[in-house]
Design a protein. Structure first.
Length: 73
C-alpha cells in the first residue's frame, strides 16, 4: 500500500513509496514542491517542507539581481 500525504503548497496527493527512507526527497506531482521524509513508521509518514524548488530558484535569482545592482557580481 502506498502512503499518500497532502502537499502543503497545493493540497495535491503525494505518493510515498513503501520503500522510501527517511531523508529521501519526494516531489509534489502538481506544483513541484520538494519535501523531505522526516519520519517514517509502519503507517505514519511525516514530511518536512524542503521548499518549493521554483520559489527557491526565484530567491537565488533575486539575490543575484541585488548583488548585480550593488556591483558585487
Ligand atoms: Zn503541491
Amino acid at each position: 500500500m502506498t502512503t499518500k500525504k497532502e502537499c502543503q503548497e497545493c493540497g495535491a496527493d503525494i505518493s510515498i513509496p513503501d520503500d522510501a527512507v527517511v531523508g529521501e526527497i519526494v516531489t509534489c506531482p502538481d506544483c513541484g514542491g520538494d519535501y523531505e521524509i522526516a519520519t517514517k513508521a509502519a503507517d505514519k509518514v511525516e514530511l518536512k517542507a524542503g521548499g518549493n524548488s521554483w520559489r527557491r530558484l526565484g530567491t537565488v535569482i533575486g539575490r543575484d539581481l541585488r548583488n548585480l545592482r550593488q556591483g558585487a557580481l
